[in-house]
Design a protein around this ligand. Structure first.
Ligand code: NAP
Length: 323
């Protein structure tokens, strides 16, 4: 018998459905169950989609089994396991609040990844590694960080933390976002002019934008002509931010010196994709910041606690904005 059979609504435990890649359920179940209990929430967790009308919350990622949310008639919220929620926002069957995953561990991972990739280029680590030839290459001396300008496109949870860490290392940091901001150590810009001036001034451009209608192919052939010649691109936002053919042309012409890409239009990146063989592309298999189970389970549980106490949910995505 299903653990989600109908019972008297007053005595019913909170019902949480976990809908993600199959192998993740055993990994998440323990931390979710333990943290719900610690919070004093009587809850049942399942990965079974029968009796959808009894479900209160769905913790999910787009690669889970649920695509039609209509049968979940008493659903209070959709709690994303991922930071990027474009697929959930695009799902016409979801009429409930969608909470993004905002997690300290994810932010820590992304910050380390972005800073690491930036330092690789700033310090010229590839040239150092490639020059182990017995010659004392003093010409490989790196400049001071203050001589390198990094533009971080997207100043949300992940972009802001990465920009702040780069600024703390004394890089000159330009940030770009939808709404204007005043962030210590970061030259904040908005609008098309702000974008074009940021990419024109930056040696390294980091993309940490969500995929929305407005950001699709943002980095296209037109914008690429505005980049500083020889600039490097680091994309850990979404593959859809970049017109991949236009980027390949810009890499071939030398306007863009290197692209480190963690995300792609198609994932996994197809074997025959020219990025794999391109001498100035580093392919990274969408590993910049995974969702760490322990801390992220606490985020899911906190939102369930808030829902059960009639409080506002944290980290709600905005359907109109698209992120
Ligand atoms: P977030 O908190 O929602 O921040 C999004 C940022 O992008 C905000 O600063 C927002 O501006 C800005 N933005 C959105 N649309 C814009 C536009 N049209 N023009 C200018 N700025 C715009 O998101 P986050 O948590 O930082 O995550 C960012 C993205 O990283 C996610 O959406 C996901 O795609 C990606 N991600 C990748 C990995 C990975 O492993 N590679 C892991 C996690 C997340 P405002 O501040 O003005 O709203």
């Amino acid at each position: 018998m299903s653990s989600f059979m109908r019972r008297d609504i007053e005595t019913m435990p909170v019902r949480l459905l976990f809908s993600a890649a199959e192998q993740l359920y055993p990994v998440w179940h323990g931390p979710l169950a333990r943290q719900l209990e610690e919070c004093g929430i009587d809850a049942e967790i399942s990965d079974r989609t029968d009796h959808p009308e009894t479900i209160d919350y769905i913790a999910c990622s787009p690669n889970g089994p649920i695509s039609d949310f209509k049968p979940f008639s008493r659903l209070k919220a959709v709690l994303s396991l991922w930071a990027g929620v474009e697929q959930l926002l695009d799902n016409p069957t979801i009429h409930r609040p969608i909470a993004r995953m905002v997690d300290s561990g994810m932010t820590e991972s992304m910050t380390a990844w972005v800073v690491g990739q930036t330092l690789r280029h700033h310090l010229g680590l590839d040239r150092v590694i490639a020059n182990q030839d017995g010659t004392w290459h003093r010409e490989l001396l790196p400049a001071l960080p203050r001589a390198t300008t990094v533009a971080v496109l997207g100043l949300g949870q992940l972009g802001r933390a990465s920009a702040a860490m780069l600024s703390s290392l004394n890089f000159r940091v330009i940030g770009w976002s939808q709404r204007s901001k005043d962030l210590r150590g970061i030259e904040c810009r908005t609008g098309r002019d702000g974008l074009e001036s940021a990419v024109a001034e930056a040696d390294i451009i980091v993309l940490l934008l969500p995929h929305t209608k407005a950001t699709t192919n943002l980095v296209d052939a037109t914008l690429l002509t505005k980049f500083k010649p020889g600039a490097m691109i680091i994309n850990s936002g979404r593959g859809a931010l970049i017109d991949e053919d236009a980027l390949l042309d810009a890499l071939t012409s030398g306007r863009i010196a290197h692209a480190t890409l963690d995300v792609f239009q198609t994932e996994p990146l197809p074997r025959e994709h020219p990025f794999w063989m391109h001498p100035h592309v580093t392919v990274s298999p969408h590993i910049a910041a995974d969702t760490p189970v322990e801390t992220a389970a606490a985020v899911i549980v906190e939102n369930i606690r808030r829902g059960e106490h009639g409080m506002d949910f944290l980290y709600l995505a905005d359907k109109d904005r698209g992120y």
